[in-house]
Design a protein around this ligand. Structure first.
Ligand code: ATP
Ligand code: MG
Length: 724
């Protein structure tokens, strides 16, 4: 048997892992050392050499995108399709199991997945129903609490209020929330995993069926599994399963969402015969980038510690750019991106990473102005757009009348004369009778309501019934097409003025194409519509639905995990933004931010730019910040500072900022003690704050925002500013 394709281009340690005996195995290794590659080759090896049926493999990756890439790579190695291979995210796989075993799991057959927006809406409704003030009982906090309990595998009955009335209320809200979900056949993301876990726990036969079936459990990014995911894995592995898990403790970045890096140690206890293999050669990055990453992460105390090296070229220094403000930073990044693209490089090879989602807006603006196509990976996605959610809500209600979130969303959209008061009455009827809003609406329309109110509600109920009837024989795409028109949505958005309305109509039409190209999994036992709705709910968690176009990739550092790009920008490297403000006071939090920084740096193969802005307007607020402490942790031998516009440097007055950063640049007003953010007084314009400094010597000038006179540019030599 020729296994060259599987074993070539693996180093000794990688080969050892791929061909390891059939025992539990843990590969623990740094970024870019080939963990994902090893996992893929292991799957191919098991199928091709050990004759393991693809059916008995379960591969878990971090995103749907990673899953489809992995499937492609395995098929490439084996040169054949592997349709029966179960490969996906924890959530995707759990969903598939629940679809198969809905009855055993105590769910209605047409249960619907709700995303975090739906979840939040449901919680708000619950609070309102209970007459609780949502400024005191903050819906987001309750949502966090519920999800955190589920991620730990805990139901309300497992929780103790510890004598704390606040906690007692949270637990009771969790209970109430779950009752609403159960009544409506609604399943949130965390519930997918918890339900499957309970399904196995309570059905010995089913569990043993799956234990026999999935002998090989391959898990990527193992460091970021949370308690319920790990419990899920352990249960499935049982005594005889053979887990093959790969991970990197230095890349554990989801502690805030319940991930437990300790599972790496736990694994060795739970699977006592497990072998551990370390991979130490990095194939991704230049030596400069790798050494910089190693130096940064070395500042963390709690780590297993690795010696990651490369045979690769030294490469270019890491370029550091100090911008005046966020717009200057965006212009700088876009200018580099344009050069990159003009030189004939694929735009998709360049990634712009940032800490917080909101940072993308300014970058997007600059990209649009420059006419550079881009894609926000993991930003506001197709399936999350309001009009799409409207259309999906119609489809969901057609499939399941008891789906309360969908009912609420569309009962008066497009507007049909069902006012807030009517809706509130329907709600209170539903609460009193413990029934769905659909049923309540039916009862209220034919009883309590009269005249126009009754007829509007009845018209809505009839519309949904009619839609269900009219679409029952149609194929999926025609169903969607019919619903977006007959519901009145298309017409409704057409009336919305300008481009916005047009885009919404285009999006609705795009939904029909999405339905047309949707291929349900033949193995899954559900209607095409339900399969499509589940796909939409899961898909909203990542990626964008637009057709592939060569474009620059924008994403948060979190979403960049596992990916690699020849050219990477890390933007907004400022203390308070990255590391994030929340983490500054907490050593564990700071270490997690540093791991995130390590993830960011190690995405780069050849070129890395790091930028920060002295002044930033974010969420409508201006702030002046220090460069991220992580920049100072990169040894100066690996960096080069660039200031292509003018020489403006940090003020002489704050010495600590330049630690580790040697810069010869001088500030035009430094000798005068002027710094950005400095308060000044002018004889004519009054008091103000310095926003900007530019130019040299006689040309040095400052931009000052005066409290009454507005923003002015002044030549320093003549301005006669008094420092305050
Ligand atoms: P991360 O920690 O970021 O998830 P990883 O450890 O999963 O990284 P991979 O993505 O598998 O690393 O590999 C990093 C890069 O190195 C990929 O481009 C991969 O193709 C390449 N690579 C891995 N092993 C080898 C090898 N033995 N020879 C050549 N290239 C390799
Ligand atoms: Mg990987």
């Amino acid at each position: 048997m020729d296994v060259t394709a599987i074993l070539e281009s693996l180093n000794d340690a990688q080969r050892q892992a791929v061909t390891a005996p059939m025992k539990p195995l843990l590969v623990i290794a740094g970024a870019g050392s080939g963990k994902t590659r090893v996992l893929t080759h292991r799957a191919a090896w098991l199928i091709d050499v050990d004759g393991v049926s693809p059916q008995s493999l379960l591969a878990v990756t971090f995103t749907n995108k990673a899953a489809s890439e992995m499937r492609g790579r395995i098929e490439g190695l084996l040169q054949m399709p592997v349709n029966h291979l179960w490969i996906g995210t924890f959530h995707g796989l759990a969903h598939r199991l629940l679809r198969r075993h809905w009855a055993e799991a105590g769910l209605p057959q047409n249960f619907q997945i709700i995303d975090s927006d739906d979840q939040l809406r449901l919680i708000k409704r619950l609070l309102k129903g209970l007459g609780l003030d949502d400024s005191h009982w903050v819906p987001k906090e309750i949502q966090y609490f519920i999800n955190a309990q589920k991620d730990e595998g805990l139901r309300p009955k497992h929780l103790d209020d510890e004598g704390d009335p606040n906690r007692r209320q949270f637990i009771s809200l969790y209970q109430g929330y779950q009752e609403v979900c159960d009544r409506g056949g609604l399943v949130d993301f965390a519930e997918l995993l918890l339900r499957t876990h309970e399904l196995w726990r309570d059905n010995a036969e089913l569990l043993s069926h799956y234990q026999r079936r999935f002998q090989h459990l391959l898990v990527d990014e193992f460091q970021d599994t949370n308690a319920i995911q790990y419990a899920w894995l352990r249960m499935l592995a049982g005594k005889d399963g053979i887990p093959f898990v790969v991970g990197d403790d230095d890349q554990s970045i989801y502690r805030w969402r319940g991930a437990r890096v300790e599972h790496i140690h736990q694994f060795q206890k739970d699977f006592p015969g497990a072998s551990v293999i370390k991979l130490e050669q990095n194939y991704r990055s230049t030596a400069t980038i790798l050494n910089a990453a190693n130096a940064v992460i070395a500042n963390n105390e709690s780590r297993i510690g690795k010696n990651l090296w490369t045979e690769g070229a030294e490469g270019e220094p890491i370029k550091i750019y100090s911008a005046y403000n966020e717009r200057d930073e965006a212009d700088f990044v876009v200018a580099r991106l344009r050069d990159w693209s003009d030189q004939g490089n694929p735009r998709a090879d360049a990634a712009v990473l940032y800490r917080s989602n909101a940072q993308s807006r300014v970058l997007e603006e600059a990209l649009i102005n420059a006419g550079l196509p881009y894609r926000v990976y993991g930003g506001l996605r197709f399936f999350e757009r309001a009009e799409i959610k409207d259309a999906l809500a119609y489809l969901r209600l057609i499939s399941n009348r008891d789906d309360d979130s969908s009912f609420e969303r569309i009962v008066n959209r497009p507007t049909r004369g069902i006012g807030a008061r009517s809706i509130e009455e329907i709600r209170s009827y539903a609460r009193a009778e413990l029934c769905s809003l659909w049923r309540a609406a039916g009862a209220v329309a034919s009883g309590r309501f009269s005249g126009r109110r009754a007829s509007s509600v009845a018209a809505f109920l009839n519309l949904i019934r009619k839609l269900a009837e009219q679409t029952s024989g149609l194929d999926l795409a025609d169903k969607v097409d019919h619903v977006i028109h007959a519901s009145g949505l298309v017409e409704f958005f057409k009336k919305e003025k300008g481009e916005r309305g047009e885009t919404r109509v285009e999006n609705l039409e795009e939904l029909v194409s999405a339905a047309r190209s949707f291929k349900p999994d033949p193995a899954e036992d559900m209607s095409d519509l339900d399969a499509f709705l589940s796909h939409a709910a899961l898909e909203a968690g990542e990626g964008q639905a637009e057709a592939w176009e060569d474009c620059v990739q924008l994403m948060t550092m979190h979403s960049a995990k596992g990916l690699e790009f020849p050219l990477v920008f890390m933007c907004g490297m400022e203390d308070g933004l990255f590391p994030h403000q929340r983490s500054l006071a907490d050593p564990n939090g700071l270490e997690e931010e540093r791991r995130l920084c390590y993830v960011g740096i190690t995405r780069a193969k050849q070129y890395l730019y790091i930028s920060y802005a002295e002044q930033r307007r974010l969420h409508g607020m201006d702030s002046f910040s220090q460069p991220s402490r992580f920049i100072a942790e990169v040894p100066s031998e690996f960096v080069q500072e660039i200031r292509p516009r003018v020489q403006v440097s940090r003020p002489m007055t704050t010495g600590s900022r330049s630690a580790g950063r040697k810069t010869g640049a001088t500030h035009p007003g430094a000798e005068l003690g002027i710094r950005l953010g400095q308060r000044v007084r002018h004889g004519k314009f009054g008091d103000g704050v310095i926003l900007n400094c530019e130019g040299q010597g006689a040309h040095a000038r400052v931009e000052v925002n005066f409290e009454t006179a507005g923003t002015k540019w002044l030549v320093l030599n003549y301005a006669n500013l008094d420092l305050m």
